[in-house]
Every structure is written in C-alpha cells, then in structure tokens.
Design a protein around this ligand. Structure first.
Ligand SMILES: Cc1cc2nc3c(=O)[nH]c(=O)nc-3n(C[C@H](O)[C@H](O)[C@H](O)COP(=O)(O)O)c2cc1C
Length: 241
C-alpha cells in the first residue's frame, strides 16, 4: 500500500502538526505501508497560473517546471494521501493550497454527474485515493477545523477521492509545554499511531481513536489564561530590550 504524506507546516518536524502526523505515519509503516513524507517548505511548488494548459494544451501535464513534476506521479499512484497542515486563517497553509490547486492536472476537464452534482472524472492513470487530513490549531475549540474539513471533503468529492477522516488537535500549542511539565499525553500519540494501523489494516479509522487524538488537554479558561500570560511576557521582554 502506497502512502504519500505532505506536511505543510513551515515548522516541519519541530512543529505541532508533526507531533500528530509522525506517529500516524509510524502506525501505517508498522502495518506494512510504504510511506513517503514530503515537506512543502523543502519543495518548490509554484501557484497554478490558471491557463488550463494541463487540460487543453498538454493534457495531464502542467507547463511549470518545479517539484510538482516529481510529486504528481507519486500522488497519482498513491492509495492514501495525507494532507497535514496547521490551521492558518481558518484554512490550510498557502503552500498546501498551492499544491492542491496544481492537482487539477489529475482530473479531466469534462463534467459528469455524480451524486446529482457536477464533478470531474479522474484521469485514467490517477488512482482514486483515500485522503486523510491531519491538522492542529492554536485556538481551543474543535469547530476551528470546520471550514478546512468542509474544504477537504469538497476537494475529495470533486476529484472522486474518498475522504477517510481527520486527525485533529485543537489547542495544539499546549502539547509541548505540557510534555515538558511531564503531563501524560502518551494516549494521544498512541491513538495517532493506532489510527495509522487501523487505516492500513481495516481500511478505516475508528471515531473512538480519533476522539482520543482530539481530547481536551486543559479547560478553556485555563488555556486562555496561560496563553495570555505567555504572550504578555513575550511583549514585556521586548519592551525591556
Ligand atoms: C499565519 C497564522 C495564522 C493562524 N491562524 C489560525 C487560525 O485561524 N485559527 C487557529 O486556531 N490557529 C491559527 N494559527 C495558529 C496555528 O494553527 C498553531 O500555532 C499551530 O499549532 C501551528 O502548527 P505548527 O507548529 O505545526 O506549524 C495561525 C498561525 C499562523 C502563523
């Protein structure tokens, strides 16, 4: 089973997104999947120029010469695609959106009716993949992921991919300080790993497992208090310089 994962956090492995993504990928590897992980920060992926060359001049191929030439065939043959992103302004990071726009070359220009809705058929060399979202956000509530989940589901429906679920970590920036304080969080990382195993071995992830990944780390009022205190200290230190 081939898995292509994209981590679009500019913090790469030092970021909060990686804290959930990496054990998830480990769970998939342990279950026998062949996993390739890419970081958008290390790739050059230019924005789509909107010329539709990939539909009408060189069908299936974008005219831009960059790292999408390497990534595109890997994505087309993947059984599972993992899009990992922190929430930026209520959505995916810019580099991940750029990458998603460039996958327009993987669908045909034609419209067809699927589920009573206009959609694009995938090109013949493009597998219908399962798509998993891995995301974390700074605000406390789970509903901060709603716009991105809606976007990912729509993206999957348009391209005939299957949205297989999401590993979501609200108040993600609390993870590292809590780990440093010795607060037990291993259940969260183990659940991320287990979700990876489930997806490869059972073809789906259980709601119970995904709920552990998202579980509350600390009460909202406490989080607001700690965050504001920390930000105030940062600003006070700046004034002293
Ligand atoms: C430009 C920018 C925009 C952000 N917008 C949001 C937002 O809309 N909602 C939110 O909950 N967090 C937002 N955040 C916070 C990040 O999602 C959060 O810090 C996350 O843990 C970063 O993940 P990373 O360490 O993997 O990069 C934003 C951060 C940045 C830098």
């Amino acid at each position: 089973m081939k898995v292509v994962a994209i981590n679009s956090s500019p913090m790469m492995d030092m970021g909060n997104t990686a804290l959930i993504l990496n054990p998830f990928l480990e769970g998939m590897r342990n279950a026998g999947a062949e996993v390739e992980l890419y970081y958008t920060k290390k790739l050059e992926i230019k924005p789509c120029q909107g010329e539709f060359n990939c539909w009408f001049k060189t069908p299936g191929k974008c005219f831009q010469k960059d790292d999408m030439q390497m990534l595109d065939p890997k994505m087309r043959s993947a059984d599972i695609l993992v899009f990992a992103t922190p929430i930026y302004c209520d959505g995916a990071t810019g580099p991940l959106k750029n990458l998603m726009d460039r996958t327009v070359q993987q669908v045909q220009p034609f419209f067809e009716l699927r589920d009573d809705h206009c959609r694009h058929p995938l090109r013949e060399d493009t597998k219908a993949s399962k798509v998993v979202l891995v995301s974390n956000c700074g605000l406390w509530e789970m509903d901060n992921f709603d716009p991105l989940i809606m976007h990912m589901k729509a993206y999957c429906r348009n391209g005939a991919n299957e949205f297989a679920g999401a590993l979501l970590r609200p108040h993600g920036p609390a993870l590292k300080p809590m780990m440093e304080m010795g607060v037990p969080l291993n259940d969260i990382f183990e659940a991320a790993k287990e979700a990876g195993r489930q997806l490869v071995e059972d073809g789906k992830m259980s709601i119970e497992t995904l709920n552990i990944v998202s579980r509350e780390l600390l009460p909202r009022e406490k989080y607001i208090q700690i965050v504001n205190q920390h930000f105030q200290q940062e600003l006070d230190a700046l004034e002293k310089k």
